[in-house]
Design a protein around this ligand. Structure first.
Ligand code: GLN
Length: 544
């Protein structure tokens, strides 16, 4: 195939939230499906070193990679579309760029020179872009630049793109600019002016867009495409419409229909073929033609925002397709759950997932939810904080340790069934210091986990500071809750189950990060299956 890596930059104009990540992932899918080894990288222009310290309200979910990087949620889309793991190199922020330039300066590596945005910051950006290309693992690297052109904080990135396009030469680097073509209902017209201005802003920094992807709510007529081509210095075939889709998983096909992959490959002087989307389309057809449905309750405290539990919601889509059912996810705010309203709020659900999270707010509602599902035999999946809540509930209501708690919520509790991990006790900094990334886990024979994974050794991604306190393991196991997954090196409990319950599983790790279209996560698949079984049994009883 190719000898040199080709680079595609994706910039955004007019507004944020146009779906650059989905366009990048969809294009990557089309290129991958033609045999090109493709990866995607996200450059974020904010000063946080990573999004790990950002509130989910502020930035949506923090996605975690195998190598323990806390990253932007777009990396989740990249993995879900491509089924190839990403790493720290796939997400770089301004904070990280400055941090490494300042560290170099402190080491004296700039030999007395004044350290400046150009060339030092732009050089660092260029290096970070080329790390993936230079690894030899990829034919094509797609780099998505966060933010909108014209923002002050995006300037060094756009300048780095200008330099790289020049350094790499024609056919080796191209720019796709994603813009908005709004529809003014009063005028009954689609408007091109915002796109013209945004392309002009890009040109002021010396960057010409090679391809325009136009987000629109209506089909772009050919006269409008001609107008855009004329004003924006782009060929008509390179004006691609990105119309609102009912699911993000339709976007690769929509881009294929518009010929995005063909134009890209032509501009990069690479051969184009028909992408093989057989497996992808099989998934889509299962997703769109469900034979039944289940309703799962997602008990969390960031439920107002779709993005806060992005990977969980997507994992349900994959698991739904695998089971050929529609999974309705009903968000339930844990802060407003109590023993009086719990039956009303949860009894119609076919399965309940208690979500990950941090801090005290809403945890008593989560504990009530676990009690309800345990007593009512409703399928339960607890993730990270959700698993910890299951252990607390069991200790309080079955072991009779009424004051059992996590030291995260109550430092001086008499029964710290969830406690700070030993390695965390000396940690003072918040950023990048949790137990992060992929860790081994050994599964207990005959457990639900061992059956679901169909193996006895797994690797899953973590992001937490607290753990199941092993001092209580004997007591808890004697009462009936079993530790069925253990980290072989540290002995940390990674999975708990209640064998007398039809389907009760709590995991200290985040299975949702590893669910992809090609590989729906086995735990989610099995959980949805259990919910389906529960729902069928419930309906049979009510019909009898
Ligand atoms: N707050 C808990 C901990 O740090 C759980 C974290 C999570 O749910 N990701 O251990």
């Amino acid at each position: 195939m190719t000898t040199t890596t080709k680079y595609i930059f994706v910039t955004g104009g007019v507004t944020s939230s146009l779906g650059k990540g989905i366009i990048a992932a969809s294009l990557a899918k089309l290129l991958q499906a033609q045999g090109y080894r493709t990866t995607i990288q996200k450059l974020d222009p904010y000063i946080n070193v990573d999004p790990g310290t950002l509130n989910p309200y502020e930035h949506g979910e923090c996605y975690v990679t195998d190598d323990g990087a806390e990253t932007d949620l777009d990396l989740g889309h990249y993995e879900r579309f491509l089924n190839v793991p990403t790493s720290q190199a796939n997400n770089v922020t301004t904070g990280r760029i400055y941090q490494s330039v300042i560290e170099k300066e402190r080491r004296g590596e700039f030999l007395g020179k004044t350290v400046q945005v150009i060339p030092h910051i732009t050089d660092e950006i260029k290096n970070r872009v080329q790390i993936l290309g230079n690894s030899g693992d990829y034919d094509i690297v797609i780099t998505e630049i966060g933010g909108t052109v014209g923002d002050i904080e995006s300037l060094p990135y756009v300048e780095a793109v200008r330099q790289l396009k020049w350094d790499l030469g024609e056919h080796n680097a191209i720019v796709i600019h994603l813009t908005l073509v709004p529809f003014l209902s009063a005028a009954g017209e689609l408007k091109t002016k915002p796109t013209q201005h945004s392309v002009k802003t890009l040109m002021e920094s010396g960057v010409m867009a090679d391809i325009l992807v136009c987000r629109t709510e209506h089909e772009l007529p050919s006269d409008l495409r001609r107008k855009l081509a004329l004003f924006c210095n782009v060929r008509e075939e390179a004006i691609i419409q990105s119309i609102d889709a009912s699911t993000i998983y339709d976007v690769p096909n929509l881009m294929l229909e518009q010929g995005l992959d063909k134009v890209v490959l032509k501009k990069l002087d690479l051969q184009s073929d028909t992408p093989d989307l057989t497996q992808w389309n099989e998934f889509l057809s299962r997703h769109k033609n469900p034979k039944g449905e289940v309703t799962i309750g997602l008990i969390g405290k960031y439920v107002e925002l779709q993005d806060s539990y992005k990977s969980i919601l997507e994992a349900f889509i994959h698991a739904g397709a695998a089971n050929e059912v529609k999974v309705n996810v009903e968000s339930v705010h844990s802060e407003y759950l109590n023993d009086e309203n719990i039956k009303l709020k949860l009894s119609h659900l076919d399965g309940i997932l208690v979500a990950p999270g941090f801090g005290e707010r809403g945890i008593e509602g989560k504990i009530e939810a676990v009690k309800f599902v345990r007593e009512q035999n409703i399928p339960f999946l607890g993730i990270c904080l959700g698993m910890q809540m299951a252990v607390i509930e069991y200790s309080r209501n079955i072991l009779g340790l009424t004051d059992a708690n996590s030291t995260e919520m109550e430092e001086s509790t008499n029964n710290p069934v969830i406690d700070l991990m030993e390695a965390q006790k000396s940690v003072t900094h918040k950023g990048g210091t949790m137990r992060l990334g992929a860790w081994d886990c050994k599964l207990e024979q005959d457990s639900i986990a061992a059956k679901v994974y169909d193996t006895d050794k797994i690797e899953e991604r973590h992001r937490h500071r607290y753990e199941f306190n092993s001092d209580y393991r004997e007591q808890i196991e004697a009462a009936g809750m079993k530790a069925t997954g253990i980290n072989p090196e540290t002995g940390l409990v990674e999975i708990v189950e209640i064998p007398t319950h039809p389907w009760f599983v709590g995991v200290q790790y985040h299975p949702e990060y590893k669910s992809t279209v090609a590989n729906p996560h086995p735990l989610f698949v099995a959980f949805v299956k259990a919910a389906l079984k529960y729902s069928k049994a419930k309906n049979n009883v009510s019909m009898a």
